[in-house]
Design a protein around this ligand. Structure first.
Ligand code: FRU
Length: 456
C-alpha cells in the first residue's frame, strides 16, 4: 500500500479490522471529503502514516463501489512547507474534476496554532491531487472570529453557486458555523453566521449540512454531559431546520446526540447519497490496537432516515443471511466478522453476550428503561479523559422505548461493535482476542426472528 512505512518494531502482529476503513498502518481520525466520483464512492481521512499517534496530518484515501469493500489508494494530500498539516475538509465534483477544500494548519515555533486557512486542491483522475493554495484566509474571515479556530470546510453547489460552511469561534464566545459563497471555488466571500448561537462546548468541528433533509450535523469539543448523553469528552450532534440560501439556517430545538457509544466523532455525509460515516474512536483515549500497528478506524457507513425530528441510521452492510431462527428464548452462535438482526414483537427482556470466551465478554441488554452496553470485560482495557462513573466502569446507556416492534442490529468486526436499536446507534471499539467469538442471546418476546449475516 502507499504510505509511510512504520518502524517494524511498532507492532508485533499485524491485524486490521476486516471491513472498516483504517489507514492500513499508523493513525487516522476524521472522515474527510466523502464524495461520489465516476460511479465510485471516495472516502478520505485524517492520516498520519508514520506512527500510531496523531502527527502532521495527511489525507489518506480509499474508494469503493458498494460502500463495504474498500480499495486503498495513494495518500491524496501531504503537508508541505506552507502548512503543518492538512486538516479536515470536504469534496465537490465540478466540470469533471474532483475538488478538495481542506484546512491548512499553521503553528508557531512554540507549537501553538496561529492560523487555520481553507485551501483548495483538485484532481482529474480522482487519485493524484494538485494544490491551489489558500482560498479562504484571514481576509475573508470577519474580525470578530478567531483565525486560529477556523476549520473543517464543507463545500456544496446549489443554483449555480458554491457554498461552504466552516467551523469558527467567535472571540470571547462559543463555537459558530459560518457560511461562505463563491462562483468559482477560488474567490470566496463571507455570507452569514449560520448557527446564530454559541455552541455549549468549547469549539464546533466538522459541520455538515443536508438541505434535502434539513439536517445540520456538527461535532463539539467539551460538550457538557446531560444524563446518559454526551458523556464522551467531545460529542457529535444533529438538529433539523431550514436552510435558505444564501440567507442562513433556522435550527429547530437543541442539538441531539448522534450516537450513544464510546467511540463516535466527526461524522460526514456523501453529497448525493444520504449515507454518513464517522470516526469510530475518541480523542484522548489509550490505544490497545498499537500492538497491531494501527490507531483509529471509521464507522460502517449508515444510511440516514429522517423520522419527524429524529435521525435514524441503518448500517450499510453487504451481507447474506446464513442462519435464521424463530421464536426462541435462548440461542448460541459465533459472531466475529458479520452482522445479526433480531426482530421482536412485544419485547420484554433482551440480553446478548458478544465476543465471548471463558475470559472475555461484551454485554448488551435491556435493564428497565435503558439499554446497557458494558465493555468492562471486553479485552485489553481502554481509558480516556472521561471521569464519570459510567465511563470509568466501561458502560454506556441509551433509552429503551416501549414499542410494539423492536429491531436490533449488531455489526461486528474484529475490534468494534456497532449496535442499532430501531435506528438509534451505539458504537464502540473493543479489543478482545480473535478467539473470543461466542454469542449467547436471551430474549423474552411475543415473537422473534434472529438472522445472522455473513459478509459477501
Ligand atoms: C476533529 C478535528 C478537526 C481537525 C482535525 C485534525 O476531530 O479536531 O477539527 O480538522 O480533527 O486532525
Amino acid at each position: 500500500m502507499a504510505g509511510g512505512a512504520m518502524a517494524e518494531n511498532m507492532c508485533n502482529q499485524k491485524l486490521l479490522p476486516v471491513f472498516h476503513i483504517t489507514g492500513g498502518e499508523g493513525w487516522i481520525n476524521d472522515p474527510n471529503g466523502l464524495v461520489e466520483f465516476h460511479g465510485e464512492y471516495h472516502v478520505f481521512f485524517q492520516y498520519y502514516p508514520h506512527d500510531c499517534k496523531w502527527g502532521p496530518m495527511h489525507w489518506g484515501h480509499v474508494k469503493s463501489r458498494d460502500l463495504t469493500h474498500w480499495e486503498r489508494l495513494p495518500i491524496a494530500l501531504y503537508p508541505d512547507e506552507n502548512e503543518d498539516g492538512c486538516f479536515s475538509g470536504s469534496a465537490v465534483v465540478w466540470e469533471g474534476k474532483l475538488w478538495l477544500l481542506y484546512t491548512g494548519f499553521k503553528q508557531n515555533e512554540g507549537g501553538e496554532t496561529v492560523r487555520q486557512l481553507q485551501c483548495l486542491a483538485s484532481s482529474d483522475d480522482g487519485i493524484h491531487f494538485v494544490k491551489h493554495g489558500v482560498v479562504i484566509g484571514e481576509k475573508e474571515l470577519p474580525a470578530d472570529y478567531c483565525p486560529w479556530d477556523f476549520r473543517d470546510p464543507k463545500v456544496f453547489r446549489r443554483g449555480g453557486m458554491f457554498y461552504c460552511i466552516v467551523a469558527a469561534k467567535k472571540r470571547g464566545a462559543g463555537g459558530r458555523i459560518l457560511l461562505f459563497e463563491s462562483e468559482d471555488l477560488f474567490r470566496w466571500k463571507f455570507v452569514v453566521d449560520l448557527f446564530e448561537r454559541d455552541g455549549k462546548g468549547f469549539m464546533i468541528e466538522c459541520p455538515d449540512i443536508r438541505d434535502d433533509m434539513g439536517l445540520l450535523l456538527y461535532s463539539e469539543q467539551f460538550y457538557p454531559a446531560d444524563g446518559n448523553k454526551f458523556l464522551n469528552v467531545h460529542s457529535s450532534l444533529y438538529c433539523f431546520g431550514e436552510l435558505t440560501l444564501p440567507r442562513g439556517y433556522r435550527a429547530e430545538g437543541e442539538g441531539e446526540i448522534v450516537d450513544y457509544g464510546f467511540d463516535f466523532y466527526a461524522p460526514q455525509t456523501f453529497p448525493n447519497t444520504p449515507v454518513m460515516i464517522g470516526w469510530l474512536n475518541m480523542w484522548d483515549r489509550t490505544n490497545p490496537f498499537e500492538k497491531y500497528g494501527f490507531a483509529g478506524q471509521l464507522t460502517v457507513p449508515r444510511r440516514l432516515i429522517r423520522k419527524g425530528n429524529r435521525l435514524l441510521q441503518q448500517p450499510v452492510y453487504d451481507g447474506v443471511p446464513v442462519r435464521t431462527e424463530k421464536d426462541f428464548s435462548t440461542l448460541s452462535d459465533h459472531l466475529l466478522v458479520g452482522a445479526v438482526k433480531v426482530q421482536a414483537k412485544g419485547l420484554s427482556e433482551f440480553s446478548v453476550c458478544l465476543r465471548k470466551s471463558d475470559e472475555y465478554v461484551t454485554l448488551f441488554e435491556r435493564r428497565g428503561d435503558v439499554w446497557i452496553f458494558d465493555r468492562s470485560k471486553s479485552g485489553m482495557p481502554i481509558s480516556g479523559a472521561e471521569k464519570d462513573a459510567d465511563s470509568l466502569a466501561g458502560i454506556r446507556r441509551m433509552p429503551y422505548e416501549d414499542i410494539e416492534q423492536t429491531e436490533i442490529e449488531i455489526v461486528s468486526d474484529l475490534f468494534s461493535l456497532e449496535i442499532f436499536v430501531n435506528g438509534i446507534s451505539l458504537s464502540s471499539v473493543i479489543c478482545p482476542p480473535t478467539d473470543a467469538d461466542r454469542l449467547d442471546l436471551r430474549i423474552s418476546a411475543g415473537s422473534c426472528i434472529y438472522t445472522r449475516y455473513q459478509m459477501k
